[in-house]
Design a protein around this ligand. Structure first.
Ligand code: ADP
Ligand code: AMP
Length: 235
């Protein structure tokens, strides 16, 4: 993976079991960087609300799914086939790959920002990390080795609403996984694997939960209210 030279270390040839360490220093300091995770079931509106949040709050948006699709499509990627099959099955890509892609994308964004230093002088870079962490191991690994999160914005949406949206999106998205069978699998993975992450952060008082069933504007009004109560204000 030529382009993916991450801290924590480079992406291994074969993803290894989760490794976490109490003694690791995160790559990015919380005094320089603020990280908000964005979670919700497939089709809950994460990408849609991210566009609004980038426009109004100056977030740098990183989507785990977009980064994985880009890596899958990158000529010469040793992970292309592996990522493709995980995505089609709706399962969780090994965290070493996903965390490395995110960590490198954060470093790239910070480097670009430092090139326009006068604009960003004295301000923390705000990252909105969409579709992550989808499994407890990657939550722990990311917070140990990349950066602590401020909180998780959770878009709460029933499956029937998400299914309708995804089937509609599938008419034009060209995505391998916007079909009825993949959608069903993604829902199961979300409930079984990703909801425990939301519950773990809830126990730490680090979840902003928003009803995501209304119109885009209605949902966004709830999102704004929720994040402003956590001290995030428009730029
Ligand atoms: P996610 O990133 O969570 O998978 P998207 O933001 O891509 O979800 O939204 C899934 C589909 O639903 C998209 O086609 C989007 O245009 C549509 N959509 C998003 N939010 C709403 C909403 N509040 N009401 C109706 N459709 C929506
Ligand atoms: P999304 O674009 O968020 O709908 O994600 C599409 C697919 O990419 C998921 O079904 C997973 O297979 C994979 N994926 C997205 N985010 C992650 C993540 N945080 N960890 C592992 N796999 C992911």
């Amino acid at each position: 993976m030529a382009n993916v030279k991450a801290d924590p270390g480079s992406v291994p040839a074969e993803p290894s079991p989760p490794q976490t360490s109490q003694n690791t220093t995160p790559r990015f300091s919380s005094s320089a960087v603020s990280v908000v995770f964005l979670l919700g079931g497939p089709g809950s509106g994460k990408g849609t609300q991210s566009t609004n949040l980038v426009r109004d709050y100056g977030f740098i948006h990183l989507s785990a799914g977009d980064l994985l699709r880009a890596e899958q499509a990158r000529p010469g990627s040793q992970y292309g086939d592996l990522i493709k099959s995980y995505i089609r099955e709706g399962t969780i890509v090994p965290m070493e790959i996903t965390v490395a892609l995110l960590s490198n994308a954060m470093a790239d964004a910070l480097e670009k920002q430092s090139l326009s230093a006068s604009e960003s002088a004295g301000k923390k870079a705000r990252f909105l990390i969409d579709g992550f962490p989808r499994k407890l191991d990657q939550a722990v690994f990311f917070e140990d080795t990349v950066c602590l999160s401020e909180f998780t914005l959770f878009l709460n949406c029933p499956e029937d609403v998400m299914e309708t949206r995804l089937l509609k999106r599938g008419e034009t998205s060209g995505r391998d996984d916007d079909n009825a069978e993949s959608i069903r699998k993604r829902f199961r993975v979300f409930v079984d694997t990703s909801m425990p992450v939301v519950h773990a952060f809830e126990k730490q008082g680090k979840v902003v939960s928003v009803e995501a069933t209304g119109s885009v504007e209605e949902v966004y009004a709830h999102v704004k209210e929720g994040i402003e109560a956590r001290g995030i204000h428009p730029v």
